[in-house]
Design a protein around this ligand. Structure first.
Ligand SMILES: [Zn+2]
Length: 405
């Protein structure tokens, strides 16, 4: 596995053709299927994978929960099963989600982690949304009360996976899926101010308005750095000078990206290697798409499209998951498709997902692709691939888990 990614030898475009005769199961034949036929195949594969994910991570449900998180734990399984419910309306799936989240609730009760992806906010927020879908007012109220009991430690970092931004994202998730004032601005505003103040203090004067550190590094990516924090801030009510700082920070990143078009994983890092959601162009693309949607500025949509070109060229990673794998990179094209309506991006999303459908499990078995340290998890493993397949069914509603609202 010398190279980090497979050379992208996908055809630049394959037209969809109504097929009357069964074609051999090849990548090109998958790409030529009418969209609905491909969506059916992806759905069938996703539901099959979901069964494996459930039995490997949850089993009979009697085991105690060791890792409750969305990232590598069973909350990720609940998120996948909830997505399956939204597609099929199978009530067994909804009931299973409720059981899994209940176990995560017990397991995270004394956890000091507070974010959506790696902490208790994810458990309570997802629990509330699932309870709403189940029409269980009492349970909805319970999870909202639990969410509101979460206290942020004073030494909390600022990034998405473990920090303030990751908690604020959970607030936005509730406001989108329950009611716009479920978590009021008066609750979020002091946290937003802490994020802005800290960013201004660490910013290199005259160069970039905001900067943050996590474990001693000034990260740029979606998981631990600027892209992730800016992505969350754009959903907050900001003052005009704060809006300018967010825009200025994104402009600084665009101006200082690599010649290849990729983005450094941290400030001043000259190693142009990572094309992941967590580090590099893919996560930055999603943030730039958000900036284009929120601000409407052409400079951000153009930069998002340029970052998308890097992902097409170097994003067919030798890994499967959404954090640093082909599944996550597929969302770059779904996001650009939503922004631009350009069918070329839908084709590219099809290209990456058909590559996974056709080859991922074989490549993993042969040791040519890494199946993830947690091979059934949402962020590192096959859970993420199944989720991506389900999101391909209706691209307009596709959203990167825990990142796109
Ligand atoms: Zn990653």
């Amino acid at each position: 596995m010398a190279d980090r990614f497979f050379p992208n030898d996908l055809p630049p475009f394959v037209a969809e053709t109504p097929s009357h005769t069964p074609t051999p199961h090849t990548l090109t034949s998958l790409l030529s299927l009418p969209y609905q036929s491909l969506a059916s195949k992806l759905q069938a594969a996703a539901l099959h994978l979901k069964q494996s994910v459930v039995s490997e991570t949850w089993g009979s449900g009697g085991n105690c929960v060791k890792d409750y998180t969305l990232y590598t734990g069973v909350l990720g399984t609940a998120y996948l099963v909830f997505k399956a419910y939204q597609v099929t309306k199978n009530l067994d799936d909804l009931n299973l989600c409720l059981k899994i989240v209940e176990a995560c609730d017990s397991a995270s009760e004394n956890s000091s982690r507070v974010t959506f992806i790696c902490g208790r906010a994810g458990v309570c927020a997802l629990g509330a949304v699932i309870a709403k879908h189940a029409g269980d007012e009492r349970l909805l109220d319970y999870y909202l009360r639990q969410f509101k009991k979460i206290e942020l430690p004073r030494d909390l970092p600022y990034e998405v996976l473990y920090g303030r931004a990751g908690y604020l994202w959970a607030c936005s998730f509730l406001n989108k899926h329950i009611d716009k004032d479920t978590i009021q601005t008066t609750h979020m505003r002091p946290i937003v101010e802490e994020v802005i103040t800290a960013g201004r203090q660490l910013a290199p004067k005259g160069r970039c308005p905001l900067m943050y550190e996590w474990h001693g590094k000034k990260y740029w990516g979606a998981a631990h750095g600027l892209a992730g924090i800016m992505n969350v801030l754009m959903d907050m009510e900001l003052k005009p000078d704060e809006v300018e700082d967010v825009k200025g920070t994104l402009r600084y990143m665009i101006k200082n990206r690599f010649l290849s078009g990729n983005y450094p994983s941290s400030d001043g890092n000259e190693s142009d290697r990572l094309v992941h959601w967590c580090h590099g162009a893919p996560g930055v693309t999603l943030t730039l798409v958000k900036a284009a949607e929120v601000f409407g500025d052409k400079e951000f949509s153009q930069a998002a499209e340029e970052a998308g070109e890097v992902v097409w060229k170097s994003g067919l990673l030798r890994r499967v998951g959404i954090c640093h794998g082909v599944s996550g990179n597929t969302y770059v094209f779904l996001s650009l498709y939503r922004l631009t309506g350009n069918k070329e991006y839908l084709y590219k999303a099809k290209g990456f997902s058909c590559f996974l459908l056709d080859r991922a499990q074989k490549l993993i078995t042969e040791g040519k692709m890494h199946g993830g340290d947690r091979p059934y998890s949402l962020f590192e493993g096959l859970g993420g691939m199944a989720y991506t397949f389900l999101d391909m069914i209706d691209p307009q509603v596709a959203r990167f888990p825990g990142y796109e609202l």
